[in-house]
Design a protein around this ligand. Sequence first.
Ligand SMILES: [Zn+2]
Length: 242
Amino acid sequence: MSNEYFDEFNMPQKKLTVAQRKEQIKELKKQLIASGILLEPITLSGQKIANKFWGKAWCDNLDTIAEYHSRLKVAKNYLRHGAVVDLKINDNTVTALVSGSELYNVEIIFKKLDQYATEEFATAVNGKINSIIDLLNGNFSDEIMSIICHEDYGIFPQENDLIITCNCPDYTDVCKHVAAVMFALSIKFDENPALIFQLRNVHTQNLISSEKIIFPDTDNHVESPHDNLSLDDALEMFDFET
Ligand SMILES: [Zn+2]
């Protein structure tokens, strides 16, 4: 039997065992590190991609979208092999390097929730979540979760809330590399759930105040008891061990 096959881009590829694939990725990482890139790889070690509230919520939400559902198995394999060799989040943008037939650059820009959506969201949950810690732990009712998942003003992005690019030759909406990165975000959100809010530009303190709603970029800022608790302070108090 030939040990060559043609991939989905009609490029000849050698069949590799899992061990060979992992070794190939390890070598690639060494080269990238030697070229001066500070890698932040994402690797899946167990069966489940996510184990905590926000990681699971992100993963479950992705799995309801047909394009991602059909790529779940391959995305898991990419993550198990360590093919997402670098994933960084800055402001509302995710950038990643993914090892496929070649090394590909993936960029996913999250559209920030606009003022209307932010107000709708904050008003809907106003006074119903006790603290940032509870928010990050997912300690709130199913009613709040349905608001958080609302398709108009919820935290999970809809298709047109994302600008996605990958420089591979696959021109489908969701290539394997994009799917791997999107599922890799579940692991990131398990480690640090605040990132999901950062990507949509949602100020978490606006979601827990029971008295005044404070919106950024307005002149109506009102001092609230939660103003003194920054997100960084909250994160320090939060147990992010995985
Ligand atoms: Zn791609």
